[in-house]
Design a protein around this ligand. Structure first.
Ligand code: ADP
Length: 768
């Protein structure tokens, strides 16, 4: 039904919708036209009969006046022949009076102008007599020879319009006598207008727009429809007018018109209402169609299978998705009952149990996981949810089920599970301890096995990341190191702020066990220290003869002073002053020897690095003392710039002494082949902003550009007995003090070793 409507052309349906209204309007119009036309034709007919009747009335009046005139002549003739006293005359007069109620008076005027006779005898008040000018006028005309004459209308009394008619009285003797009759036109009209005319028309007599007389029926109103006709009563220009009375329609006619009009209106209204109703209905139908189409398309586009069973468990509906799912057509499924064609034979019992549970209204609201079978025998997993099917009137008519093919979902779930397991395996396989904790509550959201083991996080009472070492920063990731006292492990911890899967803010921390690295670093440091110690020992060993010589000098001096003292004491009177002088010199020499020995001891002593406030001047002096013998032996001229004005530095004095010692010793050794005159060793200290710069310049063979970086590599040496570690150790010591060590060529020949040391306040932090 709806489809049929849907297939209708909208233009056609609109046309169909308009047709009844159009027909009703046309009918009403035709009816109105018919009424107008019939009114018009009625009007024409009435006009026609009015004209006819008016002609007839004129004719009647004319005839009446003519008859009267004739009778008047007859009376006049009788007067003339029989005389006024004759019975004949009296009879005629009486007859005339009886026949003509409109006669007001008859007057006999003789040739002298005297009234000889009148009827009635008594003159009527307010009415004219023969002396009235209009009557005198017609008498004159008769005297002049006319056979009859009409007067102008006399209107002394408006209620009594008078027309006077004069005829001659022809006597045998000379002189002419005149008979004058006064006629009341009003009475004439009353008399002469028959009832059937008076009933239809309002008759009036007009003398040039002036009302003369009329015949009215006051109970009717005159309409506008009228007609006039001239009466030929000269000298008057009288017009006879007839107005048609307002037609009092017949009751049934009026009622019929009203009924027809009301019916027309009703028809129009009902057609309009019908049209509106149809339109609303069409709109509703269109909406319904749309909704149905939407529902159909929704049902068809659903990937969820939907099927409905009646209360007996027979399928009566299956949507497209369900049909496609099980591979059966809708027709083959409708009417199917247990066992359903899509139940796999091996699961028939389970399917039957669920089927019964649904029919008994005991369906599990969380749904059932089942296995169905396609028409080609393929099995697939579904999840089925069943509910009561309640129709629009609230009646329970069956059971509806939604069926989801979960094969793909399960595959995805398995894949997800596998991926999760892989992720956990990788996470647990990591050497690092990984954790994610809530930024607000500190609750541990994720941790790998390494983390749980390393930090022994308890399983009960919630898990919280309470690792004390973490330095956290909301911006850039932070690296920190932490020593786990309990387990004796070093960790490097990288902490960064991140967003968790639920959008909350979390801390992601990766703690890498760096205990091994730390141990290796410590070993290296110890080795280096040992190496430095060794190099110092070697240096001392190399300088042993020079140092022995150096030490020999004060010892020899002490010995000779001792000999001198003995000599003085062996004298009779020993010179005490001399003795005192010698002993004092001995003490000076012993102090000097002691200084040399302390210097050697300090230099070679094995000890941990230790920074403290020290003056560069003191370091240079110590080294100078140690190298003094060597300098002398090599005939090198040493010049050291004045260092008194420089601020102190915070450094390990022995380490820096080793650096200066190495560089000066290398310089001295480099100048072995330099002519003695040119053997100069300059030690210059300058200040550059917050740095102290030391330059040790020799006039040795110099160093080629290629060699310049090689020198600082370990075990690089050009000396047969060299170890090649000196410069390498020097650079690490200087860099350890945040300084720089490099070499340049001396423009005068030879090389110049530079190193810098910061004067920074930061150094104070290392002060013990
Ligand atoms: P070693 O003195 O045991 O050889 P060093 O590391 O102190 O070890 O020096 C490495 C090498 O650098 C020396 O063998 C030498 O060839 C070169 N060298 C060091 N100082 C100078 C210098 N002042 N002039 C020229 N060559 C130098």
């Amino acid at each position: 039904m709806l489809r049929q409507h849907a297939s209708q052309n909208p233009a056609t349906s609109r046309w169909l919708l308009t047709l009844p209204s159009f027909a009703a309007a046309l009918f009403s119009l035709a009816l109105a036209l018919f009424l107008i036309a019939s009114a018009y034709s009625e009007h024409s007919a009435r006009q026609h009969s009015l004209t006819q009747d008016l002609l007839w009335q004129k004719q009647a009046l004319n005839t009446r006046v003519d008859n009267f005139t004739h009778q008047l002549r007859t009376v006049a003739a009788s007067m003339a022949t029989d005389g006024l006293a004759s019975a004949e005359f009296t009879a005629r007069t009486l007859s005339l009076r009886e026949d003509s109620p409109e006669i007001i008076s008859l007057e006999y005027i003789d040739e002298t102008g005297q009234e000889r006779w009148r009827e009635p005898e008594q003159k009527i008040e307010r009415l004219p007599d023969f002396r009235h000018p209009y009557i005198a006028e017609i008498r004159e005309k008769i005297l002049a020879g006319e056979s009859s004459s009409f007067s102008k209308i006399i209107l002394n009394d408006p209620e009594t319009p008078i027309l006077a008619i004069a005829v001659p009285i022809k006597l045998n003797y000379s002189g002419r006598h005149v008979l004058i009759a006064q006629l009341n036109l009003r009475t004439m009209l009353q008399q002469q207008v028959p009832w059937w005319i008076a009933q239809r028309y309002q008759i009036s007599l007009w003398d040039q727009q002036k009302f003369i007389a009329g015949r009215f029926d006051r109970s009717y109103d005159a309409s506008q429809q009228s007609s006039s006709i001239q009466l030929d009563w000269p000298p008057n220009k009288l017009a006879l007018t007839a107005h048609i009375y307002e037609q009092k329609r017949n009751n049934w006619q009026t009622s019929l018109t009203v009924v027809v009009a009301a019916l027309s209106i009703l028809m129009l209204a009902s057609t309009w209402a019908l049209r509106r109703h149809i339109k609303e209905r069409q709109n509703t139908e269109a909406k319904l169609r749309q909704e149905q189409a939407l529902r159909e398309s929704m049902e068809n586009s659903l990937v969820t299978g939907i099927r409905a069973m009646d209360l007996e468990g027979r399928l009566f509906y299956a949507n497209r998705a369900f049909c496609e799912m099980v591979g059966y057509s809708q027709e083959s499924l409708i009417g199917a009952s247990h066992p359903m064609p899509y139940w796999p034979p091996e699961d028939i019992e389970q399917c039957m149990a669920i089927y019964r549970a649904i029919l008994n209204g005991r369906a599990d609201s969380t749904g059932y996981q089942m296995r169905f079978m396609r028409s080609n025998g393929e099995r697939f997993d579904v999840r089925l949810y069943a509910a009561k099917l309640i129709d629009g009137e609230g009646v329970h008519t069956g059971w509806i089920s939604a069926i989801y093919d979960i094969t793909e979902l399960q595959r995805e779930r398995e894949a997800l599970q596998a991926s999760h397991e892989r992720f956990v395996a990788v996470l647990n396989g990591l050497d690092a301890a990984v954790s994610v904790s809530d930024a607000n509550t500190g609750e541990l959201l994720l941790s790998n096995r390494h983390f749980d083991r390393a930090f022994n996080i308890p399983e009960r009472h919630g898990r919280y990341c309470n690792i004390p070492f973490v330095r956290r920063n909301k911006g850039a990731p932070v690296d920190s190191e932490w020593f786990d006292d309990f387990n004796q492990h070093w960790y490097q911890v990288k902490s960064r702020s991140s967003v968790w899967v639920d959008g909350s803010e979390v801390w992601l921390e990766i703690a890498t066990d760096i205990t091994m690295l730390k141990t290796a670093q410590e070993n290296e440091r110890q080795q280096k220290e040992q190496l430095q110690q060794t190099t110092r020992l070697i240096s001392m060993g190399e300088m042993a003869s020079s140092l022995a010589h150096e030490l020999n000098q004060p010892l020899a001096a002490i010995a000779s002073y001792a000999t001198g003292c003995r000599n003085v004491l062996s004298q009779k009177e020993p010179n005490i002053a001399q003795l005192d002088q010698a002993i004092e010199k001995m003490a000076v020499q012993a102090k000097r020897a002691g200084q040399i020995i302390r210097g050697i001891r300090e230099f070679v002593q094995r000890r941990a690095p230790h920074r403290k406030r020290c003056e560069l001047r003191d370091l240079l002096e110590t080294v100078q003392t140690l190298l003094n013998a060597e300098i002398k032996k090599s005939q090198v001229k040493l010049s050291v710039s004045d260092t008194r004005t420089f601020p102190p530095i915070y450094a390990d004095a022995v380490m820096l002494e080793q650096v200066i010692f190495n560089l000066m010793k290398n310089a001295i050794e480099a100048m072995a082949d330099t002519p003695v005159k040119q053997r100069t060793l300059d030690v210059k200290v300058t200040r550059e902003d917050d740095m102290l710069a030391v330059a040790i310049t020799d006039r040795g063979p110099g160093i080629s550009t290629e060699q310049m970086e090689q020198l600082f590599k370990p075990f690089y040496t050009t000396k047969s007995s060299g170890m090649g570690m000196g410069l390498n150790i020097c650079r690490s010591i200087i860099e350890h003090h945040q300084g720089r060590l490099w070499v340049e060529a001396n423009p005068l020949g030879g090389s110049c070793f530079h190193f810098t040391l910061p004067l920074s306040i930061e150094s104070e932090a290392y002060e013990p």
